[in-house]
Design a protein around this ligand. Structure first.
Ligand code: PMP
Length: 384
């Protein structure tokens, strides 16, 4: 490495160290040793033997890797089955699988974007949407978080022939929900596409017949021609991969134009098979989604009284901390007490506020939640 580059890297590391912003991907311990409030394994399916069996069968039948991109030799019947099942579950006309949710967002925003498309994105959209906007070379404007009127203001009188509004149905950091009904009205009024990232909602939101099917299924947005949905297979579905759901003409366009679809090796057959098995379980075992939401409500109730704890729309509960250092220290103390929590510091948090993120999931039992609340109350009292 050149001397100038090496010096720059060392300087950057020093600044991170001073600001308490150093992050390390430490290996986690065995699954049963801690109460996990950090993973996105909302339905506790990532270790389900049915998914493992489906992945193993797929490995034996199709191989451990896809061997090529989708348009060359990487498409198996599993990919097509997965796409049909996903579209049916959410109530969209079609779906296209990608190797990750990140690539799904990147792929759809770049394929719909460009100089003729204005993108209007919520200021708290995930990095994959932000990067899609940048790569698309679209004019991109951000609107105040969850402020649909601000989005409408940005769309009014645009010069571009096409427009895309980008939001998350449940925000990954704050756990709050987007005003989807109002956003759809605005999209229709302004002849725009509404892109909804369901990463933290699929598997969690929806009640009754739609339990776990997300924020779109069973609403006016499902199958609506102006709506495009992105999903990840790596959170509730316990696998790995992503998808874009929408009208058949969109799928056809993505197959032909989306660079993250065309030039990426196909989703591994093992991942497709595990996600397909997970979709069946999600549909047949609605108690899982109900349990996630019950645990999330219990967590919020148990932590009531702390200023930064607010009811959340899904499984994610976000607790703002006074500083990056205090967030890291709180996560460490919780870990020592057997509670694994997420710790978000800049640049992962769009508003720059460091926080703990607590995610409820179906694998926890009520005593786990009670123990987590007791430990976290002590830590938050100390920090406040
Ligand atoms: N969108 C959101 C809102 C996310 O939180 C994530 C994952 N962190 C992604 C997209 C990317 O999904 P994946 O992990 O499958 O790449």
């Amino acid at each position: 490495m050149s001397v100038s580059m090496a010096n720059w890297l060392d300087q950057q590391a020093l600044v991170r160290e001073r600001r308490g912003l150093v992050r390390r991907p430490a290996p986690r311990g065995p699954a049963d040793a801690v109460i996990d409030l950090a993973s996105n394994d909302y339905l506790a399916l990532s270790r389900d033997p049915r998914l493992a069996a489906a992945a193993a069968d797929a490995a034996h039948e199709w191989g451990t890797g896809a061997t090529a991109s989708r348009l060359v030799a990487g498409t198996t019947s599993l990919h097509l089955e997965l796409e049909s099942a996903l579209a049916a579950l959410v109530g969209m006309e079609s779906a296209l699988a990608f190797s990750s949710g990140y690539l799904a967002n990147l792929g759809v925003v770049t394929a719909l974007g460009g100089p003729g498309t204005l993108v209007v994105a919520d200021e708290q959209c995930h990095a994959s949407i932000v990067d899609g906007c940048r790569l698309s070379r679209s004019r991109t404007e951000t609107f105040a978080h969850n402020d649909a009127d601000d989005a409408a203001r940005l769309l009014a009188g645009r010069a571009e022939p096409r427009a895309l509004i980008a939001v998350e149905s449940i925000y990954s950091v704050g756990g709050d929900a987007a005003p989807l009904g109002r956003l759809l009205e605005i999209a229709v009024e302004h002849d725009a596409v509404l892109l909804v990232d369901e990463a933290h909602s699929l598997g969690v939101s929806g009640t009754g017949a739609f339990a776990g099917r997300g924020s779109i299924a069973g609403t006016a947005l499902a199958g609506h021609p102006n709506v495009v949905v992105t999903a990840t297979l790596s959170k509730s579905l316990g696998s790995q991969g992503g998808a874009v759901l929408g009208p058949a003409r969109l799928r056809e366009h993505l197959v032909n134009r989306s660079r993250t679809f065309i030039f990426d090796t196909a989703l591994a057959p093992t991942s497709a098979a595990a996600a397909l098995a997970a979709l069946g379980i999600l549909r047949d075992e609605p108690w899982r989604a109900d349990r996630v939401r019950a645990h999330a409500a219990a967590l919020v109730a148990g932590l009531a009284g702390f200023a930064s704890v607010r009811p959340s729309a899904g499984a994610v509960q976000s607790v703002a901390m006074p500083s990056a250092e205090s967030a890291a220290a709180a996560a460490r103390v919780a870990g020592e007490a057997g509670i694994r929590v997420g710790c978000f510091r800049p640049p992962s948090v769009p508003d720059g506020v460091s926080r703990l993120r607590l995610t409820a999931h179906a694998g926890l039992a009520p005593p786990d939640i009670a123990r987590a609340i007791a430990v976290l109350r002590d830590i938050l009292e100390e920090a406040s």
